[in-house]
Design a binder for this molecule. Sequence first.
Ligand code: IMP
Length: 433
Amino acid sequence: MPVLTVVGAQWGDEGKGKIVDLLAEQAQYVVRYQGGANAGHEVVVGGQNYVLHLVPSGILHPGTLNVVGNGVVLDPDSFLAEVAGLEKQGVKAKGRLFISPRAHLTLSLHKALDAAREGHAGQTTIGSTKRGISPTYMDKAGRVGLRLADVVDPAYCMEQLKTSLQEKNVLFKHLYKSKPLTAATLWKEIQRAAKALLPYMADTEGMLNSAVKGGKRVLMEGAQGTLLDIDFGTYPYVTASNSTAGGSATGSGLGPTRIGYVLGVCKAYTTRVGEGPFPSALSPKQDQQLRELGGEYGRTTGRARRTGWLDLVALRYAAQVNGLDGLAITKLDILDTFKEIEVCVAYKVNGKEIHHFPATSAELAKAKPVTLKVKGWNAPTTGARTFAQLPKLAQSYLKLIEKFTDVKVALVSVGAERSKTIMVDSKLKSWKF
Ligand code: IMP
């Protein structure tokens, strides 16, 4: 089936924007299936920078139809501002962008709650993006959320809002010492956005299933990364959705049997933004060096990312829980000037060597990296367009990744522009999965 799921294989920020943009050139549909405005996909096209938060990257390709799936939490204000910004840059969205009626809405209520929880003493600081993501998914699971399709039914919306606020206002008033919210104010907020949002609503589940039946190419664009997944990530320092490949089925309405290929995107090193354990973190001096070389600052929040050597234990785990068919290694060129590079191949916890990815953040926080030192290629890679054109030591580095994870390197990125790419797996060109 020509359905390709692209997931982050680390803690997000793996450079998925560029990979998705590149593959979207061949796709007829591009789908966002989880997360919300917490994502920040940066794409450089013709020297122009686009940062997308909710809109699928396929929007930058005129022939592509774009879907915001049921698994996404949609912030109406953020979505409409993003669409307006794109139209200003000459990108047409109307008639090419569709939202599932089942997508839950992120309201000011959720953003206020996210910010209040993050700043409150006695609560675990997750380092969230404060985009209201977790509170929206809480309401979804708590069955008090509102979905896009609901906005045409004022009575139902008011009932859901009142039920939700019954609990929330106790928190706002007594725990967070802030002003309680009213259902009427939130309903006004929804009404303001509804008129502009409803033209984008469509039967996206039906649309995607018909597309697959008709042999159309569908690209599923993951946000965040495996280690931020609510089930498989470094809980509780995770996002609130399934950012692993399974989420592309539950968040789009295409069954798992329809997915033909899962591509895991992974930086040639590791970064993490927000709180939580990070075993292969570099020393402060090296951290600063790699951050500057790689431009490692968050696209959504501008926060500095922590940097580390490539963690192969975590990557092998990501390969397993996603069922990866191939790896896209990004930012290989950032390592071009290193004389020596390390990779993490095991952890030491309480003096004992372990080879699996721990289930708890407490254990991962104790993990000391066991690293393997390899010689850097110390030569530019940005001009390479085939695997063979890469410096021999860079080839060895990629082969080491393949051997350790048992997943082939399907694509290598050696610069931000589309052209600076090595397509290794021909299936990614032919879409014959
Ligand atoms: P939330 O998704 O805003 O609730 O944030 C939960 C955690 O996920 C925090 O550590 C965030 O920094 C992280 N996070 C959320 N979205 C992204 C992303 O797109 N890239 C990297 N980290 C993210």
